[in-house]
Design a binder for this molecule. Structure first.
Ligand code: LLP
Length: 422
């Protein structure tokens, strides 16, 4: 968590002014202790009520190998959205049953490489099965089920199930999907869903669990399938705004385990492993961006010009998402309305149109964007030749650079000048 002493900001015991000085800005900073605390709190809650429980970390949210290695050391598997994320898992020593491959609209090449890696295949549609079977037969197979309901606290854009979503098998096709897999000789099965992201309402989790169990309970009974795992997806939410209520984890875990166990009884199912694959809950509030103010303009309104733009953090302009901003070293409580933007040549980059910021913000000031650990760095890009930031891991006063800041060679990497243009 961001700590302030006399207005000075610290992450994991390190002053952000020191970070800015030594590593430059903008820099993504992750607090290792906070990540581990988040993981342990969540794992303890769910495994307390259902001991055969495991997390798979959805590496898409923050794909630095150091962050994934922290998750591995806590006992998590990896949820991979692409072949390259399977390779990333392998890079930190995870493969086979420790990796869940939940890609969608896979190419033949994705399928071939996925099969070769021996990971758990989670198919997004019934039509992918015959394409997979052309190349081989996964040891364990699951289908991603769209239970007809999805939800998100950060806009419709991240509602991952329901009639408007591109994901998952329609409930009416689930029986046929597993029947076809069984007919093809597959013997080991799981079931999966991912209906929403950033949910802080504890009741959502037991609700979606009930929906999924009603679909697969019947399928299991009809086809004589004992599911080895049920994966409820991610979605454990975090508050982004002051005063927003945090997820009541204990309530979510307790009620989820209750409905899960009662549905197992109702459908006479052998108790499978219960899995979830969150990401935001582990890394979201453990990550920050440290940025610098470059100039302050008083034109039609006051605008604070910084080196943190929509290229550094895309969420605000993509989803209208809110990220709190704290200026370093400000003792006075006096505020003034101002906007805040990055350095790109388009106005979408004016990502805070108006907010109350300290009145004495000046050129050269350092600031911190909070809750930037999930879907932050991974969604940054190089527009306008503004290159991707550095990533830094801090722990108990110690800093480790875990990704270097890009430089010009990264802008032209993999490009070629044809001879007639040289
Ligand atoms: N599993 C699957 C299959 C997913 O697609 C996702 C996220 C997760 C797990 C992890 O969900 P979480 O626990 O983090 O909610 N870019 C958006 C979020 C997109 C979520 C994509 N899927 C944002 O910045 O809010």
């Amino acid at each position: 968590m961001l700590r302030t002493r006399n207005g000075k900001c610290f992450i994991g015991g390190v002053a952000v002014s020191e970070i800015a000085e030594k590593y430059g800005t903008p820099t993504y900073v992750y607090d290792e202790k906070r990540i581990r605390d988040n993981y342990r709190r969540a794992h303890k809650a769910f495994s307390k009520y259902y001991p055969d429980f495991r997390f798979f970390y959805a590496v898409k949210a923050c794909n630095n190998p150091a962050i994934a290695a922290i998750m591995k050391s806590e006992g998590a598997g990896i949820d991979a959205a692409s072949v390259n994320e399977i390779l990333l898992a392998k890079h930190i020593g995870l493969g086979g049953g420790d990796v869940m491959f939940s890609g969608n609209f896979l190419s033949d090449d994705d399928i071939r490489q996925g099969l070769r890696s021996g990971v758990i295949f989670n198919l997004d549609d019934i039509t992918i099965l015959p394409r997979v079977l052309k190349f081989g037969s996964p040891k364990i197979l699951s289908f991603r089920i769209n239970p007809g309901y999805g939800r998100s606290n950060v806009g419709d854009f991240v509602t991952n199930a329901g009639p408007g979503a591109k994901f998952g098998v329609h409930p009416d096709q689930v029986l046929d999907a597993y029947a076809a897999a069984k007919k093809a000789g597959i013997r080991r099965f799981g079931a999966h869903m991912m209906p929403g992201s950033c949910i802080t309402d504890a009741d959502y989790f037991p609700f979606i669990t009930g929906l999924l169990m009603d679909i697969i309970g019947k399928v299991g009974r009809q086809l004589g399938i004992d599911f080895e795992f049920i994966d409820l997806g991610g979605g454990l939410g975090i508050p982004y705004r002051d005063g927003e209520e945090a997820l009541d984890l204990d309530k979510a875990a307790k009620k989820t385990a209750e409905i899960f166990s009662s549905k197992l009884r109702e459908y006479g199912m052998k108790p499978p492993r219960l899995m979830m694959e969150p990401a935001r809950y582990f890394v979201g509030d453990a990550g920050y961006i440290v940025g610098r103010v470059h100039s302050i303009k008083k034109s039609y309104k006051k605008i604070i010009g910084t080196d943190v733009g929509m290229n550094t953090i895309a969420r605000p302009v993509l989803y209208g998402a809110f990220h709190n901003i704290v200026f370093d070293g400000k003792k006075s409580k006096r505020t003034e309305k101002a906007g805040l933007c990055g350095q790109l040549c388009e106005n979408t980059d004016f990502w805070v149109k108006e907010r109350d910021f300290p009145a004495d913000v000046k050129e050269g000031d350092i600031f911190v964007v909070e809750n930037a650990g999930a879907y932050g760095f991974v969604m940054s890009y190089q527009y306008n030749g503004r290159l991707r930031p550095a990533e830094l891991l801090v722990n108990n006063g110690k800093c480790s650079l875990i990704r270097e800041r890009e430089d010009f060679k990264d802008l032209v990497a993999n490009t070629r000048l044809p001879s007639h243009l040289k």
